[in-house]
Design a protein around this ligand. Structure first.
Ligand SMILES: Nc1ncnc2c1ncn2[C@@H]1O[C@H](COP(=O)(O)OP(=O)(O)OP(=O)(O)O)[C@@H](O)[C@H]1O
Ligand SMILES: N[C@@H](CCO)C(=O)O
Length: 321
């Protein structure tokens, strides 16, 4: 459970007194997520999510995320709406942390999405890219290829305690990725963390996208590569080509992929797997004392990297266009 910071009743009451949300009826830590402290807040005006921003979130970047959610919601995307306090601001401080309240979205995330869900995700991702086109703010991706070697260095000495040979193969992959990372692909606002736990469905209909705290300006096809990794493999590394093909086709039906993006898919997918393997590895080796959090297994992404190393072109990912 990701609750790094405890919020006392008094602190919550003082914080809520700045808003017109009515009286709190219940307030509970949420048993998912690894990044921030999240609480479900019910008041007599509705349900909300209260987030205290923790470790990886840079406070100076919070206006990007908050304004982006507002922009996307206004453009018709089903995503959380930041709630403003009486002073007109959506960002405050609670227990020494930056904090915000956003609207609650109905729906459930799927642990085992099928190809139909993957197609819907692809279409929604392309919709997000289109909705973000006229967003005026920019945020560089601070977890792109230039950040991977420094992350690895933090974990290198202990990597082989997690899996034999992990340090060696990661070094070799980093050499390849740094030498061949694509530049100049169509870019704009990307979500950059669109895993199954950040997408809600009601029945088989995609009902909402959450967790925009890694959103940044980067290649659209890299976002697709992140979701291919997250949605189309089993934890043991088994790849589901039908799901990947459906996701790519769902995306392409809404925003036509350019030939350069199709050609870059294998290296983008390999880089995406590296990004999540590395952040997971660093977290795995550095769980904060006393935090209620279950770190995610880096080896799930080490196994995906084995698939990407062997992939020849986008057809290996189910692309048939
Ligand atoms: N707007 C929302 N509406 C409904 N539920 C939400 C909303 N925002 C967050 N949640 C719930 O809180 C959980 C954690 O939220 P979130 O994914 O933003 O946390 P995180 O710590 O950033 O996690 P992650 O590990 O995915 O980065 C979600 O899985 C979901 O159950
Ligand atoms: N979605 C990420 C956690 C948040 O960055 C992972 O599964 O590693």
């Amino acid at each position: 459970m990701a609750v790094y910071t405890d919020v006392s009743d008094e602190a919550l009451r003082a914080f809520l007194s700045q808003y017109d949300l009515g009286a709190p009826l219940s307030f509970k830590g949420i048993a998912e997520g690894v990044e921030n402290s999240n609480f479900l807040l019910r008041t007599d005006t509705g349900n909300y999510i209260l987030t205290l921003y923790e470790k990886r979130v840079n406070e100076a970047e919070l206006p990007f995320f908050i304004n982006l959610m507002g922009h996307l919601a206004r453009a018709g995307l089903a995503c959380p709406q930041p709630v403003r306090n009486r002073a007109g601001t959506a960002l405050g401080r609670l227990c020494g942390r930056p904090a915000a309240i956003v609207t609650f979205l109905d729906g459930v995330s799927l642990s085992r999405p099928n190809a139909g869900h993957c197609r819907a995700l692809g279409a929604a991702l392309a919709g997000l890219h289109a909705a973000g086109r006229d967003f005026p703010m920019r945020r560089d991706n601070n977890l792109s290829v230039g950040a991977w070697r420094p992350l690895f260095v933090q974990a290198e000495a202990q990597a082989d305690t997690v899996a034999p040979g992990l340090a060696e193969r990661t070094r070799a992959d980093l050499d390849v990725l740094e030498a061949s990372w694509p530049v100049g692909l169509p870019s704009g606002v990307i979500h950059a963390d669109l895993f199954t736990d950040n997408v809600f469905f009601i029945g088989d209909t995609l009902s909402g996208l959450i967790d925009f705290y890694f959103a940044c300006t980067d290649a659209f096809a890299y976002d697709l590569a992140i979701s291919l990794n997250a949605w189309c493999f089993d934890p043991d590394g088994t790849f589901h080509r039908d799901k990947a093909g459906a996701m790519i086709a769902g995306y392409d039906a809404v925003r036509r992929l350019e030939p350069a993006e199709v050609a870059a898919l294998p290296i983008l997918a390999r880089g995406a797997a590296m990004r999540f393997m590395l952040t997971r590895l660093v977290d795995w080796l550095n769980v904060p004392a006393g935090a209620l959090v279950q770190p995610k297994n880096p080896l799930e992404y080490d196994r995906r990297l084995a698939f990407h190393r062997a992939a020849k072109d986008a057809r290996d990912y189910g692309w048939v266009g």
